[in-house]
Design a protein around this ligand. Structure first.
Ligand code: HPA
Ligand code: ZN
Length: 337
C-alpha cells in the first residue's frame, strides 16, 4: 500500500484540535452575515491573506477575531459539524477536542450556548458516523487565575460533557505554575489535566506542567527535546505528546518541515501523535498533517503505522474502548499489508 493511501485509509484519532481553529473563511463570512457581525475582511480571499504568522501571538490575534462571528447555539453546532464531516471522510474514528469558553463568555456568549451547540454536533457524529469524542475545556493562559476559576465553576455544573481541562493561548510569560491551584481544583473535580507546553516556551514549562499541573498528556512539547533528561522522563512515563506539524511550520516553531523533530521524538521512545491544531488557519486537517510531515521527513510505512497506533494509545478512551480501537487499528494494518 502506498503511504498516501495508508494515511488516508487508516483509522485514527485526533487529540489536539481547537474547535474554533476549524472555522473556515467561508463559514466565517456566512456567520458574520447571519449574525450581523462586522469583520475587517471584505472577502474570503482577504481572510486567507491575513493568515501570515511570524509567531503564536500573530495567529492568536486573528483567531480571536475570527471567533467573534460565533454567537448562537446553532453557530457552534455548524462549526463542529463541518469539522466532524471532514473527520468522517478522513477515517478519523475518535476526537478529543479543545474549546475556549473564555473566548466567548468575554463577548457575552453564555457558557451553555457554547457547550450545547458543540455537544449537539458531537452527539450527532456518534450517531451518524460512529465518531466518539471527548471535550477538553481550555483556560486562556493570558487571563488571570481568578477568571480561570470562574470558568472552572461553569464546567463543574456540566461535568458529564467535559472530560478534561487544558491550557492554551500566549505561552511566553504565562508559565503553567500560574494555574497550579486551578488545576489542583480541576483534578479534584475529576477533570483530566493537559497543557500546551514547550510550543514557544522553554523546556522548564514542560517540567512545570508535569510537576505542578500533573498533566496526563503534553500538547506540542517540541522544546522538551532541548533537555535530554526531560525527553527520557517523558519517554519512560509513556505519556503521549500531541504534535502538530503544519502548525509548527506556520507559527515558525520549526524553520521548515524538513527540520521537524517528529522522528527524533519517535526514536527517543516518546508516544508522539500527529494532529492539526487549528486546521483552517494552518493549511490542513489531520491527514494533510500526516502527509506533509511524511513527505518532508521521508517517514516509513512502519513510522506512519506507529503514529496512527499512538493516536489511540495516547487517547483518553477507557481501557475497553482503547483495547477495541487498537485491535481494530492492528487488524486494518494486517489486512493492508
Ligand atoms: N497554541 C496556543 N494556543 C492556541 C493554539 C496553539 O497552538 N491554538 C489555539 N490556541
Ligand atoms: Zn493547540
Amino acid at each position: 500500500m502506498n503511504l498516501a493511501r495508508l494515511i488516508a485509509d487508516m483509522p485514527k484519532a485526533e487529540l489536539h484540535l481547537h474547535i474554533e481553529g476549524t472555522l473556515e473563511p467561508e463559514l466565517m463570512m456566512q456567520l458574520a452575515s447571519r449574525n450581523q457581525v462586522t469583520l475587517p475582511y471584505a472577502t474570503v480571499e482577504d481572510i486567507r491573506q491575513a493568515y501570515e504568522f511570524n509567531c503564536l501571538q500573530d495567529f492568536l490575534d486573528v483567531y480571536y477575531l475570527g471567533m467573534s462571528v460565533l454567537l448562537k447555539r446553532e453557530d457552534f453546532f455548524d462549526l463542529a459539524w463541518a469539522y466532524l464531516e471532514k473527520m468522517a471522510a478522513q477515517n478519523v474514528t475518535h476526537v478529543e477536542v479543545f474549546f475556549d469558553p473564555q473566548g466567548h463568555t468575554s463577548r457575552g456568549v453564555s457558557f451553555d450556548t457554547v457547550l450545547s451547540g458543540l455537544t449537539d454536533a458531537f452527539d450527532k457524529a456518534r450517531r451518524d458516523f460512529g465518531i466518539s469524542s471527548k471535550l477538553i475545556m481550555c483556560f486562556l493562559r493570558h487571563l488571570s487565575e481568578e477568571e480561570a476559576f470562574d470558568t472552572l465553576e461553569h464546567a463543574c455544573s456540566c461535568k458529564s460533557h467535559i472530560h478534561g481541562v487544558g491550557l492554551d493561548s500566549s505561552e511566553n510569560g504565562h508559565p503553567p505554575s500560574k494555574f497550579r491551584r486551578v488545576f489542583a481544583e480541576a483534578r479534584d473535580q475529576g477533570f483530566t489535566p493537559v497543557a500546551h507546553a514547550g510550543e514557544e516556551g522553554p523546556p522548564s514549562y514542560v517540567t512545570e506542567a508535569l510537576d505542578e499541573l500533573h498533566i496526563e498528556r503534553i500538547d506540542h512539547g517540541n522544546r522538551a527535546l532541548e533537555d535530554p533528561a526531560l525527553v527520557k522522563r517523558i519517554a519512560d512515563s509513556g505519556m503521549a505528546m500531541t504534535v502538530c506539524p503544519l502548525s509548527n511550520k506556520r507559527l515558525q516553531v520549526v524553520p521548515d518541515l524538513a527540520d521537524h523533530p517528529l522522528r527524533l521524538m519517535l526514536n527517543a521512545g516518546i508516544c508522539a501523535t500527529v494532529n492539526s491544531d487549528d486546521p483552517s488557519y494552518f493549511g490542513g486537517y489531520v491527514n494533510d498533517n500526516y502527509l506533509a510531515v511524511a513527505d518532508a521527513l521521508g517517514l516509513t510505512h512502519a513510522e506512519i503505522v506507529q503514529l496512527g497506533r499512538n493516536s489511540f494509545i495516547g487517547s483518553f478512551m477507557n481501557d475497553a474502548d482503547k483495547r477495541a480501537a487498537v485491535a481494530h487499528f492492528d487488524d486494518f494494518v494486517d489486512k493492508a499489508n
